[in-house]
Design a protein around this ligand. Structure first.
Ligand code: SAM
Ligand code: SF4
Length: 472
């Protein structure tokens, strides 16, 4: 029986409820009166239910789709303005005991070089990332209790936070590691992580079990209930996602939203972020052998509907997506992107030789961080290196109330400008710096609260004198 309040995976992700939702959406997708009513409802900024969102997903009416995109762009602008938060992944280890059929780190792959960074190598990687201008990382590892135990991850987090090279600092470490115990989540929380990220891959239980034939990840319930354990362990910013291409997208779209509703129902706060990765070619993985791939058009539609369905949740796209694809989704909902990424274990400080390639998947967007910052500035966005909320204790529902109160314009906006100025002063080439400073000068005037505006201006001046790390 479907029960969003239950802590049992098959009850809060009830297969029958997903089937019924899709049947309801199929029956109503041409009911334009209902479709328009649902779109109108998003004006209230309270989001939509998974059933309502599913109707929009299946609706193919051109005029309705146009309205969905327009509404997504409007809500995006209202909540996130033109800010885009920047981050980079850091792969610590690709040892893995699981048998995921879509990932080259699966344990049967004898061909891929296995690597695990030492603390000294982490130091070098982090210095290279700091020298690019990054302030926020997402740590990635395979699952291997012997080669990559939680103690190693905790020690690595400590190393990363301790490195201060020139004006650089990693101020927020998000973590994307395998499902684990409440006790380990508590340790991650104590280590000062930002968001705990775990992709469900697919919400369809049988398909999930087929795609994960061996290893601890085979256990659907343990994986699906991981976010509840993370929250029990005190982590209140969690990031969910599915890997599009593994299963029917309609099913996973509904599952994703039911997961978000479940977290809200049980813990009083939904996911902090949703990621929308699409499967990519990799070492021994041929993405085209997965027959559920989604087109660029569909991908954009999914992002737009997510934006209006969960207006308070950040949406992340990685460098799995090309520049062109990113351009479209930035407009309709994405709020965080990675830049200058490597998916190999090591590779920031020194390029890996080709024969030693340890990467997880091929990148579509291979531009450097500066090229991406430059492109964002030219496209009218504000690249933001802000990490203030979690450092100011604005996590979980406290973050959500900030967003809901509309105070974001007095908080995130000036923080974005101050951190962009840090980037411009410390890392940008002359053209990017000029573009950034011009944008900052213009944008600072649009901070609504006069007092905040005055402080922001003062801080921006102080950055010229070498001071760093201002935040609201
Ligand atoms: N090992 C942990 C896990 O599986 O949850 C976390 C890190 S894993 C390196 C990060 C994510 O990469 C996985 O959750 C999966 O969705 C994604 N991934 C794996 N193989 C991929 C591929 N071929 N293309 C795109 N993404 C992939
Ligand atoms: Fe291992 Fe994660 Fe890759 Fe699966 S997706 S093989 S668990 S690294």
């Amino acid at each position: 029986m479907y029960n969003p309040h239950s802590l049992t995976a098959t009850e809060f992700i009830d297969d029958q409820e997903i089937q019924d939702t899709l049947a309801y959406a199929q029956a109503n997708k041409d009911n334009l009166e209902l479709v328009n009513q649902i779109i109108d409802k998003t004006e209230e900024l309270k989001g939509l239910s998974h059933r309502e969102a599913a109707v929009l997903l299946l609706c193919e009416d051109r005029a309705a789709q146009k309205r969905i995109f327009a509404q997504a762009a409007k809500i995006k602008q209202q909540f996130y303005g033109n800010r885009i938060v920047m981050f980079a992944p850091l792969y610590l280890s690709n040892y893995c005991v699981n048998g995921c059929t879509y990932c080259p780190f699966h344990f049967k792959n004898k061909h891929i070089p296995r690597k695990k960074l030492t603390q000294e190598e982490i130091r070098r990687e982090v210095i290279a990332l700091q020298d690019m201008g990054h302030k926020r990382l997402a740590l990635e590892t395979g699952e291997d209790p012997v080669n990559c135990p939680i103690e190693y991850v905790l020690e690595s987090i400590q190393t990363i936070y301790s490195i201060q090279h020139k004006n650089g600092a990693i101020r927020r470490v998000n973590v994307n590691i395998a499902a684990t115990t409440v006790e380990n989540y508590r340790k991650l929380k104590e280590a000062g992580i930002g968001t705990y990220i775990l992709f469900q891959e697919t919400y369809h239980k049988e398909q999930y079990e087929r795609l994960h034939p061996t290893g601890p990840k085979h256990d659907y319930a343990y994986h699906t209930e991981a976010m509840d354990r993370a929250m029990q362990g005190g982590i209140d910013d969690v990031g969910i996602g599915v890997l599009f291409g593994l299963n029917l997208y309609q099913y996973d779209f509904v599952g994703l939203l039911m997961h978000a509703e479940h977290l809200e129902a049980v813990h009083g706060v939904g996911p902090h972020t949703i990621s929308v990765p699409r499967i990519r070619n990799a070492d021994d993985i041929d993405a085209s052998s997965f027959t559920n791939g989604i087109s660029d058009e569909l991908f954009q539609k999914i992002v737009a509907i997510l934006r209006i369905t969960v207006p308070y949740t950040g949406i992340i796209v990685s460098t799995r997506e090309s520049q062109k694809s990113r351009e479209m989704v930035l407009k309709y909902g994405v709020s965080q992107i990675s830049g200058g990424s490597r998916t190999s274990v090591g590779g920031y400080a020194e390029e890996e030789p080709e024969e030693e390639d340890s990467s997880q998947f091929e990148l579509s967007d291979q531009r450097s961080l500066e090229e991406i910052v430059n492109w964002l500035l030219k496209s009218g966005y504000i690249p933001s290196f802000c990490t203030a909320c979690y450092r100011e204790g604005r996590t979980g529902d406290r973050f959500m109330s900030l967003v809901k109160s509309g105070q974001i314009a007095n908080c995130c906006h000036p923080n974005a400008l101050m951190t962009l100025k840090e980037y411009a002063e410390d890392y940008a080439g002359p053209e990017t710096k000029r573009l950034a400073l011009e944008l900052i000068a213009k944008e600072v005037e649009s901070i609504p609260n006069e007092k905040v505006k005055a402080i922001a201006k003062e801080n921006l001046h102080s950055l010229d004198d070498g001071r760093r790390d201002f935040r609201f």
